[in-house]
Design a protein around this ligand. Structure first.
Ligand code: HEM
Length: 419
């Protein structure tokens, strides 16, 4: 049995309660500051996990492949459920027991990452530029003509979904299914506690996605095309390729990792620039600033606020003892604003001399889609500058999305200052 009994006492229940408070959705940064200053490595009862928040600790923890594991890390999420609930969640538990590129350790991870990496080579990613530009042109061009529009709904959401659907080789008209499946599947993760309802929803969407992907993989094996599913499905045939379960799980990872986070990056970037009109003006005058602006947005508002691992081997970390099979959350959003690593961390400043962040992870699981996400963000900014140089926020229109582990606007109304 993988589930371990908790052996720790939460040192500060009042601080712990804040980790699941509504404030975490709106402005988690004062809470992160307290974590870093008062309890940098903290046993949380509310998350049922260790919480690590300082930059150096988060970096060390992300790259520690000897003591920490990505394999079976989600299995722990079911530990708080009843036996009956666990029984009803058999398909979901089966899925999480499978290895995939993100949910594995070496040597399996090394094998699978090499297969996926081929599809994310600089040549393949650069070849996507014209298509991304065409999508940005049509979406931003159409939206700008409306006068006032929701940037998230019209651009930041659909662009990465259409792109990932096309890359995988799935019919683009199915993109609404992708968006729903991805959102349901991720909804129940984010802490070490889980509740039955969201887990059932996640299971339903996962089963539907897998039926869909299974059909697609079978088709591509009969009639190969120039797409990611074909590349991965054919890799499955080789002795060193994917098993079917690994392939399905990897497709799910690429689908979910490939757009939720990118939507947030693009939304956060535009929001911060328009909140700081002098930086938006500087960037329009000097497009070379787009690159540092993207990095600063990644630092300032990590699209994926937290990451997690399972303790593979009991060990001491920063003065506390981690026991086997406990969960460890690395709070990337807190690490990126650690004043020990960056001056004036709570200021958004695209002209910083050095921009360090952990938003794409660190170590062997470093994000495979980082250059694609950066390219999508760059092209969206270039297209926005072209069509809406006078863009401004409609005051009071921004709403944070209510997602436990992701951070980005759920709604962001823009208009042109000329109207
Ligand atoms: C701003 C956008 C993105 C952010 C913030 C982000 C963040 C991350 C993070 C933090 C990890 C490390 C997970 C871990 O250590 O367990 C990761 C891994 C990964 N990401 Fe991304 N990601 C983004 C975009 C993308 C895109 C566009 C794709 C693909 C189309 C992608 C595919 C992956 C894959 C396949 C992995 C697993 C790599 C491995 O385990 O070796 N990501 N991402």
């Amino acid at each position: 049995m993988l589930f371990s009994k908790r052996k720790h006492t939460c040192p500060d229940p009042a601080l712990d309660a804040l980790l699941v408070s509504p404030a975490m959705m709106v402005d988690p940064y004062p809470i992160y500051r307290r974590l870093r200053e008062e309890q940098p490595v903290f046993w949380s009862d509310t998350w049922n996990a260790w919480v690590v928040s300082r930059y150096t600790d988060v970096a060390e923890s992300l790259k520690d492949k000897e003591n920490l594991s990505n394999e079976n890390r989600q299995a722990l999420l079911f530990s708080g459920l009843t036996d009956d609930e666990r029984q009803s969640l058999c398909p979901l538990r089966h899925y999480f027991a499978q290895k995939d590129v993100i949910g594995s350790d070496p040597p399996d991870h090394t094998r699978m990452r090499a297969l996926v990496q081929k599809a994310f080579s600089p040549k393949t990613i650069n070849a996507l530029e014209p298509r991304i530009r065409a999508l940005a042109e049509s979406m931003i061009g159409a939206a700008a003509g409306q006068g006032r529009f929701d940037f998230i709904h019209e651009v930041a959401h659909p662009l990465p979904v259409v792109l990932i659907a096309e890359m995988l080789g799935a019919p683009v008209e199915d993109r609404h299914l992708f968006k729903k499946w991805s959102s349901d599947i991720l909804a129940f993760q984010g802490t070490g506690q889980t509740t039955f309802g969201p887990a059932m929803l996640s299971q339903k969407s996962l089963v539907e996605l897998f039926e869909y992907m299974n059909r697609l993989i079978d088709q591509r094996r009969k009639e190969p095309r120039d797409d990611l599913i074909t590349a991965l499905a054919l890799a499955e045939e080789g002795g060193k390729g994917f098993s079917r379960d690994e392939l399905l799980a990897t497709c799910n990872t690429i689908l979910t990792a490939g757009h939720e986070t990118t939507t947030n990056l693009i939304g956060n970037l535009v929001y911060q620039l328009l909140l700081n009109p002098e930086q938006w003006a500087a960037l329009r005058a000097e497009p070379a600033l787009i690159h540092p602006a993207i990095e600063e947005a990644l630092r300032y508002e990590a699209p994926k606020q937290r990451n997690f691992r399972r303790v593979k081997k009991a060990h001491a970390f920063a003065g506390v003892d981690f026991a086997e099979n406990e969960m460890v959350f690395q709070v990337i959003g807190a690490a990126n604003r650690d004043p020990a690593n960056v001056e004036n961390p709570d200021v958004f400043d695209i002209r910083r001399s050095k921009i360090d962040h952990l938003s794409f992870g660190y170590g062997i699981h470093f994000c495979l889609g980082a250059s694609l996400a950066r390219m999508e963000a760059r092209i969206v900014m270039e297209t926005l500058i072209k069509h809406l140089p006078q863009a401004r926020l409609v005051p009071g229109s921004m709403r944070w999305q209510e997602r436990v582990q992701f951070r980005g606007p759920g709604r962001l109304l823009l208009e042109s200052a000329r109207i």
